[in-house]
Design a protein around this ligand. Structure first.
Ligand SMILES: C[S@@+](CC[C@H](N)C(=O)[O-])C[C@H]1O[C@@H](n2cnc3c(N)ncnc32)[C@H](O)[C@@H]1O
Length: 285
């Protein structure tokens, strides 16, 4: 069983395993016709959870708890039966909504300085899982959204459905948005998606410090000159070893980016949001 400081209900667990290797190069693939995944689907209101990010913005979503067992891939079924948060290299936990998503979602929607970042912006929701942060970015005015998750099943069964349930042609503020969905490992994502973003959102993706090099390289390749990364995570992932201080150390060693803590919570499981920007702003070509 693999568990670490996670929960929907904001409690915490300790791990019983360790992650020692970077993720295998699981090739990046785009879901080319996401709308086709909606055929025959109706989301029952009873199955929807609601995240109220601010007085004027909320996101309705499904997660693994609301899906029938047969809709889950073998790895995800195994993880669920085993009460595991993830199976390293096979299933990286995207079917559940992790608590730092709510922290970052509230920051994005409640603080004016962050809300305005999303006006007409091109945004990447990296390690998106349910896609709540990307959906929120659309509701805040983003005009291009790229959703990335390691597992294709997560995108197909949860992210795409949540996206179209919240954002569509007939819904205010979301009709102009272009959304694309990519599965696979970060290294191969960079090779395939050669574009740059104004904002990169990423929540609960730094538990494995072996992936920090790939993550920082991804920021270098995909962040616009004046862009910003908003990264939400636990201060420390017990037993697994990753966490904010180790990531900051990796950023210092690399030397390309400045960072600052934008938000911090010391109650219960300690959580933080890091704002990361280029040290030197190189003009866009
Ligand atoms: C624990 S889940 C968090 C999901 C979601 N962001 C949330 O907060 O609810 C971690 C996510 O990070 C992504 N991830 C972590 N390491 C990755 C890597 N090396 N390559 C691709 N995706 C990775 C996976 O897609 C997975 O969905």
């Amino acid at each position: 069983m693999f568990q670490f400081s996670f929960n929907d209900d904001r409690s915490s667990c300790s791990d019983t395993s360790t992650i020692s290797e970077p993720l295998a190069r699981f090739e990046c693939m785009e879901i080319t016709e996401p709308r086709k995944l909606l055929h025959g689907i109706s989301l029952e209101p009873d199955n929807l959870h609601v995240f109220v990010a601010s007085v004027d913005i909320q996101v309705e979503y499904i997660n693994c708890l609301t899906l029938p067992q047969e809709d889950l891939s073998d790895e995800i079924q195994t993880a669920e039966l085993d009460h595991s948060d993830l199976i390293p290299g096979k299933y990286e936990g995207g079917m559940k909504v992790w608590e730092c998503t709510f922290d970052l979602g509230e920051l994005m929607a409640e603080r004016e300085e962050y809300r305005k970042l999303f006006q007409n912006a091109k945004v990447l929701d990296l390690g998106c899982g349910s896609g709540i942060l990307g959906i929120l970015a659309v509701k805040l005015g983003a005009d291009t959204l790229v959703f990335q998750d390691y597992n294709k099943t997560v995108l197909e069964k949860v992210t795409v459905k949540n996206y179209f349930f919240n954002c569509s042609e007939d819904k205010e503020n979301t009709s102009r948005t272009v959304a694309r969905f990519y599965s696979g490992e970060w290294g191969s994502f960079v090779g395939k998606v050669q574009e740059k973003f104004d904002v990169i959102l990423t929540s609960e993706t730094i538990y494995n410090d072996k992936n920090y090099g790939t993550l920082i390289d991804l920021f270098k390749c995909t962040l616009k000159a004046k862009g910003v990364v908003l990264l939400a995570a636990k201060t420390y992932y017990f037993g697994v070893g990753g966490g904010m201080r180790l990531l900051e150390q990796a950023l210092d060693e690399d030397g390309t980016f400045n960072y600052r803590t934008a938000w911090k919570c010391d109650d219960g499981v300690q959580r933080e949001i890091l704002e990361i920007r280029w040290k030197q702003v190189v003009p866009e070509k």
